[in-house]
Design a protein around this ligand. Structure first.
Ligand code: NI
Length: 181
């Protein structure tokens, strides 16, 4: 089932999400929620979706990056569920890259993110996950875990003047990016 996505301005987007009780993870209702979140993310062509974005202030996020035909170098990330995640920064170096958000539709902005992090969480069957994420993968995790703390990428931007409507961004910024490759 495709869930309704909350946009910036809905109070749930600014809410500190609550820990998911471990015993709740394997229940039918919670498993259905995880499936619905994955389906919703794919429907709207996101690379991640967090609980608050579907009106649920719970510390759960889903990520998936499919290799893009036009950007074969873009690393893919398998479908991953992060429940009660914690992030430890392993490298203070930040990298600026463009981001968008399903809760802030049709916009792009340049956002600094740490390039290397350790992620500890529970997976969809409550199994412990512990992995190192770098670059784009690390970016997606940081974007989604920010949502669990009521934060969005706009809060991380160093220069709000980079904020752009998607159509204008595609027209003016994207060609310059492609030229660079
Ligand atoms: Ni987002």
């Amino acid at each position: 089932m495709i869930l309704k996505v909350a946009r910036l301005g809905h109070p749930v987007i600014r809410t500190q999400a609550l820990q998911v009780p471990v015993e709740q993870i394997t229940t039918r209702d919670f498993q259905k929620l995880l499936d619905d979140m994955a389906e919703t993310m794919r429907e709207y062509m996101g690379v991640g979706l967090a609980g608050p974005q579907v009106h649920l202030p719970l510390r759960v996020a889903v990520l998936e990056v499919q290799a893009h035909p036009r950007y074969p170098d873009m690393p893919s990330v398998p479908l991953t569920f992060l429940i009660n995640p914690t992030v430890t920064v392993l490298d203070q170096t930040t990298v600026d890259e463009w981001e968008g958000c399903l809760s802030i539709p049709e916009m792009r902005g340049l956002v600094p993110r740490y390039s290397k992090i350790r992620v500890q969480a529970l997976g969809r069957n409550a199994e412990p996950l512990d992995f190192v994420a770098t670059d784009f993968h690390a970016r997606v995790v940081q974007h989604e875990t920010d949502h669990l703390n009521g934060e969005v990428y706009l809060d991380r931007m160093r220069d709000m003047r980079t904020l752009a409507h998607l159509a204008e961004w595609q027209r003016y910024v994207l060609p310059a990016l492609e030229h660079k490759d």
